[in-house]
Design a binder for this molecule. Structure first.
Ligand code: ZN
Length: 290
């Protein structure tokens, strides 16, 4: 019995050890004179360096803050002045407290402030010190970075950053560039129609030379984002047909309508979860006019 228990526990212990020892591989990619993207673990980070200082878009997980700072200092020494959060999820805001302690000012939408306050409490250094409702512009490092709120897309607090001079856009998790379907956080005010509307709006604002930083996955361009939009629209169409035919959530899930797209899915976001989230989004009262 004891031996069986040990054999059973062994893989768990090994998993835990390899997780702790796992080295996160960081990769820096230059997009313009002042702008870089940092891939690590969690949401992609944009780094602006220049004569005014340093600012980031998103800061991944708390345990990575020192590594992220080390990566940033390869580009330019000094403290990070601002961190813009694209939304409230922990793989994009986990470093907020560490960066705030190091003197950074966190900027985010009001709904990100509200959700981080609910999670971490009033006065927490995870909270933005500057929050806004619709849009704002950061005039820094010779760049005018427009920070735009898109309502009810991936969440209810999404912002997209348009770097006009560099001709780069950071979409946050409105765009998962992983050749698959995205996470629509319907429990945090997200909706599939909102994601499609936001992607359409971003496409109207960019041109063929724009570099597109997604929330996850490699940097791409306008045609990459257009492909993603077409995939979302196709998935929506398939889901609407399935909802019409099978009616209930469980019956739609059992029918596996999205299987016809032949996509691959991550462990944390399998096809069934995507189906459930899309169903809930497409059948919620907010979408009843669709
Ligand atoms: Zn997210």
């Amino acid at each position: 019995m004891k031996r069986i228990l040990i054999l059973f526990l062994l893989p768990i212990v090994l998993c835990a050890t390899s997780y702790v020892n796992a080295q996160v591989e960081f990769k820096l990619q230059q997009l313009s004179t002042h702008l870089h993207v940092l891939y690590g673990q969690g949401g992609n980070i944009a780094i602006s360096v220049g004569k005014d200082g340093i600012y980031l878009v998103d800061d991944q997980f708390a345990k990575l803050s020192d590594d992220i700072k080390a990566q940033v200092s390869k580009l330019q020494p000094g403290a990070t002045e601002f961190v813009i959060n694209t939304h409230h999820h922990g793989d994009h805001t986990g470093g907020n407290e560490n960066f705030a302690k190091a003197g950074s000012h966190v900027i985010a939408h009001h709904n990100v402030y509200r959700r981080l306050k609910d999670k971490h409490g009033e006065g927490s250094q995870f909270l933005p010190v500057i929050s806004f409702s619709k849009d704002m512009t950061l005039h820094f490092n010779g760049e005018h970075a427009s920070i735009w709120h898109y309502a009810n897309a991936h969440t209810d607090g999404d912002v997209v950053i348009f770097y006009e001079q560099a001709n780069v856009v950071h979409t946050g998790d409105i765009f998962f560039n992983l050749s698959s379907l995205p996470f629509v956080d319907v429990d945090s005010g997200g909706s599939l129609d909102g994601v499609i509307a936001a992607v359409s709006s971003i496409l109207e604002r960019i041109d063929d030379k724009t570099k597109v930083i997604p929330g996850h996955g490699p940097v791409t361009n306008k045609s990459g984002l257009l492909e993603y939009k077409m995939l979302l629209e196709q998935a929506k169409k398939i889901m609407l047909v399935a909802i019409e035919k099978h009616t209930t959530l469980d019956a739609v899930v059992a029918a596996q309508p999205l299987a016809e797209l032949k996509l691959s899915y991550s462990n944390w976001l399998p096809q069934e979860r995507v189906t459930r989230l899309f169903y809930r989004s497409l059948t919620s009262s907010a979408n009843s006019q669709e």
